[in-house]
Design a protein around this ligand. Structure first.
Ligand code: NAD
Length: 519
């Protein structure tokens, strides 16, 4: 039975931890078995809701890291022998286990990452969705057949598994981003080693505990290994490790560049899912109610800590005053507080350092000529020592340097435009290229925006905001966002090697391009 905590209490937290088999000190290393936790060196997981310690985690030692990778290599040799649809049937069980644990895991995400209850559950739902998707995919891993120029020849392309992959994930999606990679890779035949953010290790431990039981019951290899520790230490070790055939990295542009360099140094493969600086264009032809809701959700949900959060809104000068007036009202009225309480839309930032970055970006925006229209200060929430802020709405100029950087906090810059060409120029004038949207009912405008003349992002939306993607399409962005694609569509191909195969079933050996070779 799932348990819901609506108020802070040690007893309720203890019950949740009992359900999820979490202790005060937890091992952060799993490779078919849990490495022994030790009290000597710990990663502390604090709740951003009240700043209190949730539990501690023993990080992975150098020796255990090596065990985890060699274990994953061995597990791969067995797992890869299962036909893909059989792998898919294991994903069915995994999806069932996640459905049963949805409320508990969702609450853990709320406690550890500070998401509202609905967002915490939504994250686990996303894991369930990708598990369901991967079941279908397991019967659709396809190849191609091509016409050969040589008689009695056949040419094909097929995809084969790569081996153990590494998944390094960010704090703001402590569970779903891992599953986008791990579940798709699993039906492709790969095993995986997960290094979660040190800010949210408990979700990773709880998930690994649940799923390892499923794999054990099903009598299949333990394909999901777990390591914990700092990015500089464990993360870079994974990036440099030739045994790890692919590194899927989700995080900031700065960390992603370091990972990408280490992986390229060994000519390895990586998937980079890095920061965004997403904008919504609001045309004079928009349905203003829809646009306001889309922009507000994009900018305020998860306290502006989504890679797809709306950070810039570019508004037509014909509706600018009306739109801004209504947006200011939303900002002034939005409820900031304990994300476990109903009615609260904006929870805390992850930690003090995020709050300091929020404050310094606002000062910088003021210095560069911005005008603060609402919010922009710390928020005091009675009885809670979390990291709460009042989301900031700032009227700005698109060429201000601060508007070109991703501040991982709820700051929304507002710009005015005269025509759509100008809106798109402003839109594309940042180094990042993750998500974008236009609010308009004018077909010509929306077509322009989704064409090559329009948004330069990996995700382009019409009449829905920049945040909140579904798993069915490929997810990822261009430019500094790193070019990676995960989740649905044909993103599975990233977790496999492509082989081109030519078969001669004739009695001669004709050579391509008519080349002669007489012996
Ligand atoms: P971060 O870069 O600080 O950390 C992400 C992960 O990388 C963590 O596990 C961390 O330990 C590890 N890491 C840090 N430095 C490393 C290094 N040198 N080598 C190897 N690993 C290293 O990011 P964060 O603060 O956890 O997350 C927020 C960032 O992630 C934002 O920029 C956000 O836009 C981005 N993000 C992107 C996506 C996407 O799909 N594009 C999704 C979620 C978050």
């Amino acid at each position: 039975m799932a348990m819901i905590i609506m108020a802070s209490s040690d007893k309720k937290k203890q019950e949740l931890f009992d359900h999820l088999s979490l202790g005060e000190i937890n091992s952060g290393t799993f490779y078919g078995k849990w490495a022994k936790p030790s009290a000597s060196k710990q990663i502390a997981s604090y709740s951003p809701i009240d700043g209190l310690l949730l539990a501690s985690v023993t990080p992975t030692s150098r020796a255990d890291y090596d065990h985890a990778v060699s274990f994953s290599e061995k597990a791969y040799l067995e797992w890869v022998e299962l036909p893909p649809p059989k792998r898919g049937s294991i994903m069915l069980k995994i999806g069932q286990a996640l459905r049963e644990a949805k409320d508990d895991l969702g609450m853990l995400v709320t406690l550890e990452a500070g998401k509202t209850i609905t967002e915490g559950r939504g994250e686990i739902q996303e894991m369930i969705d990708i598990a369901d998707f991967s079941i279908g995919l397991s019967r659709q891993l396809e190849g191609s057949v091509f016409a050969s120029e040589r008689p009695w020849h056949r040419m094909m392309e097929q995809y084969v598994p790569v081996g153990p992959i590494g998944i390094i994930s960010s704090f703001n999606f402590p569970s779903s981003v891992w599953s986008w990679n791990a579940f798709i890779a699993a039906v492709c035949g790969d095993t995986s080693i997960w290094k979660p953010s040190s800010k949210t290790p408990l979700a990773a431990i709880a998930i690994t505990k649940i799923l390892s039981k499923v794999l054990e019951t099903e009598g299949v290899p333990q394909i999901f290994s777990l390591v914990t520790g700092s990015g500089e230490e464990i993360g870079s070790r994974m990036a440099s490790d030739r045994r790890i055939k692919l590194v899927s990295f989700t995080g900031s542009v700065n960390s992603g560049k370091k990972v990408s360099q280490l992986v390229s140094d060994r000519l390895g493969k990586s998937i980079l899912e890095l920061g965004g600086n997403n904008a919504a264009v609001v045309s004079e032809h928009a349905d203003i109610d829809i646009a306001l809701k889309g922009v507000a959700f994009g900018a305020l949900a998860t306290a502006g800590q989504r890679c797809t959060s709306t950070r810039r809104v570019i508004v037509s000068n014909k509706i600018y005053s009306e739109f801004l007036q209504r947006l200011v009202r939303i900002y002034k009225e939005v409820s900031v507080g304990d994300p476990r309480s109903t009615g609260v839309l904006v929870g805390p930032l992850i930690d003090e350092s995020a709050t300091a970055k929020f404050e310094s970006a606002i000062s910088e925006a003021m210095r560069q000529g911005g005008k603060l229209l609402a919010g922009g200060t710390r928020a005091k929430i009675q009885g809670l020592k979390g990291h709460y802020v009042k989301p900031a709405l700032i009227e700005a100029k698109p060429d201000m340097e601060i508007c070109k950087t991703e501040t991982f906090a709820p700051i929304l810059y507002v710009f005015k435009y005269r025509d759509l060409e100008e809106a798109v120029r402003i839109h594309n004038s940042v180094p990042q290229g993750l998500s974008s949207s236009i609010f308009t009912r004018d077909l010509l405008e929306s077509e322009y925006f989704i064409s090559h003349r329009g948004s330069d992002c990996g995700i382009v939306n019409v009449n829905t905001g920049t945040a909140g993607a579904e798993i069915g399409g490929a997810f990822g962005g261009e430019k500094d966002t790193g070019g990676g694609r995960e989740s649905g569509s044909d993103a599975w191909k990233n977790y496999m090697k492509r082989q081109t195969i030519t078969i001669n079933y004739g009695k001669e050996l004709p050579l391509a391009q008519g080349v002669e070779f007489k012996i």
